[in-house]
Write a protein that binds this ligand. Structure first.
Ligand code: ATP
Ligand code: MG
Length: 140
């Protein structure tokens, strides 16, 4: 399965701004198959746990507050080379630097409120998928 799946979230800003449909459409057009999906809201505690790797970064508090500020869409996506290809589809962390046509260039508003999350390695994709979904809720 490694190399085959990635994990994503449509973040609270993009949900609030009405971009769920457009973003899912970009994922499908990009060749990604949705194998698990849910509309949910992270508690502050869960958001803190999810982004634990960034605990020492200066923006951690802001990130946890933002990610728990409203509902999100969490999903597991399947495609060859999923992690790398999805990071290409979403664009750079800072939307001002994101390539034209990428999800962040189109729908993100700032480096903090940047519309989508994409796992950064196969190992993290698996960890993050298992954080949100049980094996029986993934339909490969
Ligand atoms: P993500 O993990 O959400 O896909 P990323 O991998 O592009 O984003 P990371 O370095 O992992 O970027 O940062 C995680 C998230 O923390 C970013 O998506 C963004 O929401 C927030 N973030 C990163 N850098 C900053 C910053 N300088 N100021 C405020 N928020 C930031
Ligand atoms: Mg990251």
């Amino acid at each position: 399965m490694a190399g085959n799946i990635t994990f994503t979230m449509i973040k609270p800003d993009a949900v609030k701004n009405g971009h769920i449909g457009a973003i899912l459409n970009k994922m499908n057009e990009g060749g990604f198959k949705i194998v698990a999906m849910k509309y949910t809201r992270l508690s502050k505690e869960k958001a803190g746990e999810f982004y634990e790797v960034h605990k020492e970064r200066p923006f951690y508090g802001e990130l946890v507050d933002f990610m728990s500020s409203g509902p999100i869409v969490a999903a597991v996506l399947q495609k060859d080379n999923a992690v790398e290809d999805f990071r290409t589809l979403i664009g750079a962390t800072n939307p001002a630097e994101a390539a034209e046509g990428t999800i962040r260039a189109l729908y993100a508003t700032s480096i903090g409120e940047n519309a989508v999350h994409g796992a950064d390695s196969d190992e993290n994709a698996l960890r993050e998928a298992n954080f949100h979904f049980s094996g029986t809720d993934m339909y490969m």
